[in-house]
Write a protein that binds this ligand. Sequence first.
Ligand code: ADP
Ligand code: MG
Length: 247
Amino acid sequence: TATATTTTTSSAPAAAQKPAHITDKKFADLDISFESRRALAEVFKYQYMTAVQAETLPLILESDARDCLAKAKTGTGKTLAFMIPTIEKITKKSKRQMSDVNCLVISPTRELAQQITVETERLLTFHKDHMRKVVTCVGGTNKNRDVKALKGSTPIVVATPGRLLDHLQNGDLASRMANLDCLILDEADQLLDMGFRPDVERILRLLQPSRGTRQTLLFSATIPDQVNEIANIALRPNWNFVDTVGE
Ligand code: ADP
Ligand code: MG
């Protein structure tokens, strides 16, 4: 009967609270490290993936050789979609292979950059200490503090374009990013709408040495022409396109 379906049972509380964009695919079925799995279960307390996570994670994890352009709306869980594979790449490195910067996330605003850093640190809760350094480089903060924080092994940098370009043009960050394993452009449409296109293009030129070997992930709520143009510069030609919006 109709009334019976509204009865909640203790066996399915998660399913009863599932938001619309949550799928029936589980994080536990992904081929990822024990430490990340444990953080998802115990820190985030997530069992099921959102649509963009379920569609991009297996593809990104399957092969480093293909980049990804993903279209997904705000609030659909893009941060974990790109940070889980990023952390897996670092997990596979020895401490010795981590003298440079391994992964770079470019975000349009300070607030988003800070949110990504917090979520990344939560995901790194159970990982080894040498992996757990996340440096945030954003405008409106002390530049020397960044320079100090960036010294030595820096697995993950989360940055806004202006401050990142400043560091790439002044100092040794560009050469330390020459072997980047992973580059993420988050909210790409917003990045370009905010007038960051010249900065983003300059950054991509400075990061050109890593383009052939790094995996680049571009996430955007919409894919206007200028996002496609940036994709052509940043991504290797055989990229995977994932569309969870379908408009
Ligand atoms: P986006 O970057 O697409 O705007 P976020 O990554 O910021 O989205 O995630 C939006 C919200 O959804 C956050 O509060 C996040 O913690 C939550 N979230 C992400 N993935 C899941 C999931 N698999 N299950 C439940 N909540 C999730
Ligand atoms: Mg986001």
